[in-house]
Design a protein around this ligand. Structure first.
Ligand code: DNO
Length: 392
């Protein structure tokens, strides 16, 4: 069966290791969040984390993430030094026996939503991406030159309606949701205490001037080729997280969004250690993706699975669905991954806020009750699938 894992944010996480043990978690997905982006993870620090997790009866299954510094992504002057540091961290992880590494190759911004507590009819809340509001952020807050050219007319029309009633508090909420609250805790660029997030964001975007899709692809190939020898030596599986949302945003390219992209980077460096985190949620947020077909095609190169599902609305908005509904068919996905890769680490993701989750100060998208319900649902699916597979 798939391994039941859970993203845990380290000793400061309000959801503790003993709590996770009680709900049946087998493996922990975490990072050394206290080490600044770009610095080496020493064997000593890695072993401290590993021992802590093991002392609670679980294992450190996956690193999410060993962050790839921006200068590696835009090919800045210090990229080779940063890649050397990355290789050293990988070798140390390999020595400690932590061999599945999730990372992303998204410029500046990791995952993006406009709303972090959008009300569901049942009283719980969820993450939501409103295309009109995101366009408003681009045109009126970020004030990106020529931004309007990148948007279709119906979205611009929605944006104008939003602009007619927008307030300073509404703008602040959008800034917080899009570039602050979803970023710092995932080792991203904008920390919660950043005083001028929009200015900082613009500075970071400047670094990517002239970097189009093909240039970003080449930078990813350069990075992967450089680290593959260490991955082979220590049998480390690198698994890139798909872009969320899976499309170019704010004028910056995104290169892990669809079938063609995935095929490109897997073939560009055709080593099995160069693989994918199959995030069914991110992929399902793109109406262009047939999530189940992608899973069938790429299961052999998948080393980690994120199970969640989105609904895409006719106007291009998307919202997180229940783990039993939406565009990603989790029953089918479990069948595919169980049959190709039994034992693969799996975690649920971005579940609803419910039953008091909202007041607990958890990281956005990482509730306790919502994720626990989702894990229970997925665990039920896993058992049913296993039962059927044993009969046939
Ligand atoms: C969001 C996460 C991402 C993911 C990174 C991997 O909830 O799935 O932040 O961890 O993109 O580097």
């Amino acid at each position: 069966m798939l391994e039941k894992t859970w993203r845990w944010f380290g000793p400061n996480d309000k959801i503790t290791l003993p709590m996770l043990r009680q709900i049946g978690v087998e493996g922990i997905v975490t990072a050394l969040h206290h080490i600044p982006n770009g610095e080496v993870w020493t064997l000593e620090e890695i072993n401290k984390m590993k021992d802590l997790i093991e002392s609670h009866g679980m294992r450190w299954s996956v690193v999410e993430s060993l962050p790839v510094s921006e200068a590696i992504k835009y090919a800045g002057p210090d990229r080779d030094r940063l890649i050397e540091n990355y290789k050293e961290s990988l070798a140390n992880l390999g020595k400690a026996g932590v061999r599945t590494i999730c990372y992303n190759f998204m410029p500046v911004l990791d995952w993006a939503r406009t709303d972090l507590d959008y009300p569901n009819p049942d009283g719980s809340t969820n993450l939501y991406f409103n295309r009109g509001e995101f366009c408003y952020f681009d045109v009126h807050i970020l004030k990106r030159p020529d931004a309007e050219k990148d948007w279709d007319e119906p979205t611009l029309e929605r944006m104008r309606e939003i602009a007619a009633t927008m307030t300073p508090e509404g703008e602040k909420r959008l800034v917080d949701n899009i570039i602050v609250k979803t970023q710092g805790f995932v080792n991203g660029n904008i920390a919660e205490d950043e005083l001028k997030p929009v200015e900082k964001f613009r500075e970071l975007m400047k670094l990517y001037e002239g970097i189009d899709r093909d240039a970003l692809r080449e930078n990813m190939r350069y990075f992967l080729e450089a680290i593959m020898p260490v991955c082979r030596e220590w049998d480390i599986n690198m698994c890139v997280h798909p872009d969320d949302p899976p499309m170019p945003i704010l004028g910056m390219p995104r290169i892990v969004t669809c079938d063609e992209d995935i095929e490109w980077f897997l073939n560009a460096v055709p080593d099995p250690h160069n693989g994918l985190t199959f995030c069914s949620g991110s992929l399902s947020a793109g109406a262009h993706n047939d999530v189940q077909a992608l899973a069938r095609k790429y299961a052999p190169r998948t080393w980690f699975v994120h199970l969640r599902s989105c609904d895409v609305l006719p106007n291009g908005d998307f919202r997180e669905a229940s783990h039993l509904a939406g565009r990603a068919d989790i029953v089918e996905l479990v069948k595919i991954f169980e049959s190709v890769k039994p034992g693969l680490p799996m975690r649920v993701d971005h579940a609803a806020l419910m039953l008091g989750d909202a007041d607990k100060g958890y990281n956005a998208g990482y509730s306790f009750h919502g994720r626990m319900l989702a894990l229970g649902q997925v665990e039920g699916i896993m058992h049913a699938v296993d039962h059927e597979m044993k009969k046939s």
